[in-house]
Design a protein around this ligand. Structure first.
Ligand code: PSU
Ligand code: MN
Length: 300
């Protein structure tokens, strides 16, 4: 991705060793409808500042990888119809063709670790897709080689969650339940599957991350936070919507990078915006938890 371009705020925060929280932009460009996406991006940043940390939103503008984006930058990405989805392999394509792009979890992790930022808040990571044995998100192998603590509501429940958890085990990524012993199902509070370890407080999560990286292991830590109770989808409603959306994707032969955005959009339509409400609530909640962990990490 060549050189990183920093905002003034992020450059200063890194220099002064302030707590930073990375944010992705694929969720803005490919995960949420306009103009909700802009509002969400801004509110996540506000929450992080309110907690005493500095947000570092990652994205690509005119082929340049940015760490820290101002309001106008985010607006530009959120409105651009040509904007591409940037996973780890796409930085070079964007650079050569001077494209705008929203970075996925994999893309964002790549830029954050290059910048030395070790906390990241997102919605749900990608993983192993259902009934598509070769569709595995680049998020997984990138988590395996990037020492960043990722706060999320688990993996998106459109995925094969048991297979995704097995893969995370193979890749040596600790799956840490935040005030839960069960892996969340993104829109719903629980998948019924166990996490590898639980913590109750941000301080414990930070200590666990330090212990992990202290062993010389350069994989990510996944801190999984269930979606807020008042906005989570009931398990049954979620499963029905997913089944329907997956069938449509199969019929319409949706492939590659288009799969995840298609499913999220259809599930939102099928649930009458209930899934969108859950998605927004969990993103904001994850931003808050991530900021609190970042504050603890700089103390150690
Ligand atoms: N979380 C959300 N909405 C999203 C995504 C995550 O709440 O749109 C994005 C992330 O950027 C994640 C990507 O990295 O979906 C996964 O895409 P794929 O399955 O194509 O790797
Ligand atoms: Mn894929």
């Amino acid at each position: 991705m060549g050189e990183l371009h920093y905002s003034e705020e992020v450059r200063t925060a890194i220099r002064d060793k302030q707590p930073l929280v990375g944010l992705e932009t694929a969720v803005i460009t490919h995960g949420l409808p306009y103009p909700t996406n802009i509002e969400l991006a801004q509110t996540m940043e506000d929450i992080i500042r309110e907690e005493g940390a500095v947000p570092a939103t990652v994205g690509v503008l005119g082929g340049k990888a940015q760490v820290g984006m101002n309001k106008e930058d985010i607006q530009l990405l959120a409105q651009d119809r040509e904007v591409i989805k940037i996973s780890r392999r796409d930085f070079s394509r964007a650079a050569v063709n001077k494209l705008n792009g929203g970075t996925t979890v994999a893309g964002t992790l790549t830029a954050l670790s290059k910048a030395g930022i070790n906390v990241f808040a997102t919605g749900g990571i990608g993983g192993v897709h259902r009934n598509a044995p070769h569709d595995v998100s680049a998020d997984l192998p990138t988590l395996a080689q990037t020492p960043v603590l990722v706060v999320c509501a688990g993996a998106k429940s459109i995925l094969d969650l048991p297979a995704t958890l097995e893969m995370l085990e193979t890749l040596s990524v600790p799956v840490v339940g935040y005030q839960t012993s069960l892996f969340p199902a993104f829109y719903a509070r629980s998948s019924g599957l166990p996490v590898s370890v639980s913590v109750e407080e941000p301080e414990e999560a930070a200590a666990l991350a330090k212990a992990h990286w202290g062993m010389g292991i350069n994989s990510a830590i996944l801190l999984v936070v269930p979606p807020p109770i008042n906005d989570a989808l009931p398990e049954r409603q979620m499963q029905d919507a997913i089944t329907k959306a997956l069938n449509e994707a199969k019929k319409q032969k949706i492939q590659g990078q288009a799969v995840t955005p298609f499913l999220l959009k259809r599930i939102n339509e099928i649930t009458g915006q209930a899934s969108l409400k859950a998605n927004l609530a969990l993103l904001l909640n994850n931003a808050r938890v991530a900021a609190r962990v970042a504050l603890e990490l700089v103390k150690i």
